[in-house]
Design a protein around this ligand. Structure first.
Ligand SMILES: Cc1cc2nc3c(=O)[nH]c(=O)nc-3n(C[C@H](O)[C@H](O)[C@H](O)COP(=O)(O)O)c2cc1C
Length: 273
């Protein structure tokens, strides 16, 4: 296969036949990014020694707002804690099964302790902006780890469902005030075949100069068809993306305990002023 055929094939898998963008410059990193898919079943095979440290080095290489480094990560090795975390995440078995399970934290507590060591109150840490900085930092770091893991032939899945009960997670991991588990991440060797899940066509997410939506419904209908075919192949509950979005966002109850996050965050040490 020529390189340009391989590029077009990767783009076709990512967008479906209907909306393949033109292939541009290419690299093995881009090839890896386009091949991403979440995996929810893992072999018990342990990871090569040093993998954790390499993934964390990749994570720490991500940009971080003002170099404040407002994130930390907990490697959960205790099966009893994993089992409790799986319960919080509505019984997602892969949390117990995967060889490496990392919980990524928005962590303002370290810098707060630095302030305390200097006897200075760092008042901006109370702001919603600081919480957002920590969450963005954690997400960028985790995604670097995901890209690194996938480049090593490992698979991953994020676990946002830990936020079903953020206070219980904080208790289980003995988090200090000012640290919040943004999501978990399963890492390991896939024990299942998976397919690249198509995304919205580029014109639905990419604008020039001004936000514009005149053809949004056409793009959405096309994507519903593409993702509908994917869902039917994988016997997923919803036929279309629209049905999935509506089901997930129509009622606050669909996000469970996460609906109370604002008051929970306040109790975890984020006043969000
Ligand atoms: C922050 C975040 C939280 C997620 N939480 C979960 C989760 O709790 N359980 C799960 O099975 N997948 C979870 N996912 C995976 C998404 O469902 C998945 O990325 C999406 O359906 C696209 O599929 P793909 O990753 O295979 O391309 C999460 C993804 C992100 C980015």
């Amino acid at each position: 296969m020529t390189t340009s055929t391989a590029n077009t094939q990767a783009l076709t898998l990512r967008y479906g036949q209907q909306s393949v963008p033109a292939a541009g410059p290419w690299s093995s990193t881009i090839e890896g990014l386009l091949a991403h898919r979440s995996v929810r079943k893992y072999k018990p095979t342990p990871l090569e020694s040093g993998t954790l440290e390499t993934l964390i080095a990749a994570a720490q290489s991500a940009s971080t707002s003002s170099n404040l480094q407002c994130w930390s990560v907990v490697n959960v090795t205790d099966p009893a804690i994993r089992s409790e975390l799986a319960k919080i995440a509505s019984g997602q078995k892969h949390i117990e099964q995967c060889p490496l399970f990392l919980v990524w934290l928005c962590d303002l507590s370290r810098n707060r302790r630095l302030g305390e060591a200097h006897d200075i109150e760092l008042t901006s840490l109370e702001l919603t902006e600081s919480f957002l900085v920590g969450v963005v930092d954690a997400a960028l770091a985790a995604q670097n780890a995901v890209v690194a893991a996938e480049s090593l032939g490992l698979s991953t899945v994020y676990i946002g469902a830990l936020r079903n009960d953020a206070e219980r997670v904080a208790q289980l991991l003995k988090l200090p005030q000012g640290a919040f588990a943004v999501f978990g991440l399963c890492i390991g060797y896939a024990d299942t075949e998976t397919e690249v899940k198509p995304r919205l066509p580029q014109p639905a997410v990419l604008f020039e100069n001004h936000y514009s939506t005149p053809n949004e419904h056409v793009l959405r209908n096309g994507y519903d068809e593409t993702l509908g075919e994917f869902s039917r192949r994988h016997e997923m509950a919803h036929d279309t993306w629209s049905a999935r979005v509506i089901d997930r966002t129509q009622k606050k109850a669909a996000v469970g305990g996460r609906a109370q996050l604002k008051s929970i965050l306040e109790r975890l040490g984020f006043p969000l002023r």
